[in-house]
Ligand binder design. Structure first.
Ligand code: SAH
Length: 310
């Protein structure tokens, strides 16, 4: 089904979700780090996916997904303010911080970095497509004619509640977003070479399920990406469950429809043994009456915290 990035057509969904302005359910996961052995990829479907991305149009993607009606800040029933709230709440705890954060599959967007950028000295954006990296570069340099993220920045400043002028946050993100690198999550070394030192945190929004032909590829991509993270670091995945495709102009990109258990299995398969984060404002992560797990590693492989209920 549509992951909230575009209107959901009839017949395209794996299972029905209650209608909502946001389209369907979103989840945020935090996991830890552990590497499996690389396995062979399903090359044909991967090749088809790559071909699809050749038609990805950053401007159309932004228009489809980051302008009204999706970018309606009047209610958190809409997907964009919901995403911003998830991210603001996650980083507000102050637990996820460090020198370097890598955003995996940034696309042409920066909304996902607005709360993160207060907690890391360097933000590394990444994308498979040069057109997306170029779009991001133009925004960082403040070139005229780039997408107007100011409504997003104003909204994040408002929900963070510190009274920070939005221009200040914009300036900080531009200053900290110093590297925009090519990435391929289907390679055991997604950046081509290990990052030194490894990242303190990874963030990935609406990427892994959107670039993986099947659940096995999703799990492998997660493992590849995990190799970029330092032991004890944090992984934050913001994504869609049950999504089957999204639009970026002429490109109709397939998405592997994931269930919550698929994500849990992928994390568990890496021996990340995610912990439910107790005391998290779980209602904030809830859509359509579903429970809302947040996973977090506590310095290594641990079981779930006592008494938690996923
Ligand atoms: N994070 C953004 C964009 C998500 S769209 C958002 O939240 O809106 C998925 C992104 O994955 C696209 O930008 C696409 O170019 C990128 N992508 C495609 N193939 C990829 C691959 N093999 N590895 C990493 N990223 C890939």
């Amino acid at each position: 089904m549509d992951g909230g990035r575009h209107p959901r057509p009839r017949g395209a969904i794996a299972h029905a979700a209650p209608p909502s302005p946001a389209g369907d359910i979103r989840r945020v996961f935090l996991g830890g780090r552990r590497l499996p052995s690389p396995q062979p990829l399903a090359m044909s479907s991967l090749a088809a996916l790559r071909e699809g991305y050749e038609r990805f149009d950053p401007r159309a993607y932004l228009q489809n997904n980051y302008l009204p009606p999706r970018a309606d800040f009047s209610s958190e029933e809409f997907v964009v303010p919901w995403k911003l709230r998830c991210l603001a709440e996650t980083f507000a705890s102050g637990e996820i911080r460090g020198h370097t954060l890598i955003d995996v599959g940034s696309g042409p967007t920066i909304y996902q970095l607005l709360s993160a950028c207060d907690h890391f000295e360097e933000i590394v954006a990444t994308d498979y497509l040069a057109v997306n990296r170029e779009e991001l570069g133009r925004w960082v340099r403040g070139e005229p004619g780039t997408f107007d993220w100011s409504p997003f920045i104003r909204h994040v400043c408002k929900i963070e509640g510190r009274g920070e002028p939005w221009q200040e946050k914009e300036r900080r993100l531009r200053a900290r977003l110093r590297r925009i690198l090519p990435i391929d999550v289907h390679r055991p070394q997604p950046l081509g070479a290990p990052l030194h030192p490894p990242a303190d945190a990874l963030l990935s929004a609406f990427c892994l399920e959107a670039v993986s032909p099947d659940r096995a590829a999703f799990a492998r991509a997660l493992a590849h990406v995990g190799s970029l993270l330092r032991p004890g670091g944090h992984l934050l995945l913001l994504g869609a469950l049950g999504e089957s495709f999204y639009l970026a102009g002429a490109a109709r990109l397939p998405v592997v429809p994931l269930a919550e258990d698929d994500v849990r299995a992928a994390l568990g398969g890496l021996s990340w043994h995610p912990n439910f984060k107790r005391g998290a404002p779980s209602t904030l992560w809830t859509r359509s009456g579903c429970s809302a797990p947040i996973y977090q590693e506590k310095g290594g492989c641990q079981g779930r915290e006592e008494g938690t209920d996923l």
